[in-house]
Design a protein. Structure first.
Length: 162
């Protein structure tokens, strides 16, 4: 995991998913799959750049849907972010370093996202740790977004695994 200076915020979520670790791991490294499950409720995703290997870069936009009009942090209706895959341990761990683009410094900055996959009977315990969360992101909203994405991931991978 990432060493953080004292006082840096960490948000996390966890969910048991009825799919094997390799299905969940693959869903993180397939841009079409990622665009389908990663955006939280009320958003859709555009993959702008995607290199699914350790050290590989990515760039995405989460776009608020008309049914959920919210002011974006990068532009009027979107949040754009880019990053890199800092560590990829097949079927066990994915570490992404994400940089948010925003004119407001409260929403800008680098955040580490570590996804841990623990095989369990009948599926996988998926834990997401977001470290160094920008202060402008409300904890309640972020936790809701993490849990929404985990629910989407479960729906996506459980269908594919059945």
């Amino acid at each position: 995991m990432t060493d953080l200076p004292a006082g840096k915020r960490v948000d996390s979520g966890s969910r048991f998913i009825k799919a094997p670790p390799h299905a969940i791991y693959r869903a993180h490294l397939d841009p079409q799959a990622l665009a389908e499950w990663r955006p939280p409720e009320g958003m859709r995703c555009e993959i702008l750049e995607f290199e699914p290997n350790e050290g590989g870069r990515f760039r995405m936009a989460f776009i608020y849907t008309a049914e959920h009009p919210v002011a974006g942090k990068t532009a009027e209706d979107r949040d754009v972010f880019e990053g890199r895959f800092a560590e990829l341990v097949p079927d066990e761990r994915i570490v992404e370093v994400v940089e948010f683009k925003s004119p407001d410094p409260a929403f800008a900055g680098k955040m580490s996202i570590t996804t841990l996959l623990a095989a369990k009977p009948g599926g996988t315990e998926v834990t997401v740790l977001c470290e160094n969360v920008p202060p402008g992101i409300r904890r309640e909203d972020h936790l809701q977004g993490i849990n929404s994405s985990l629910e989407n991931l479960a729906d996506f991978t459980e269908k594919a695994s059945s």
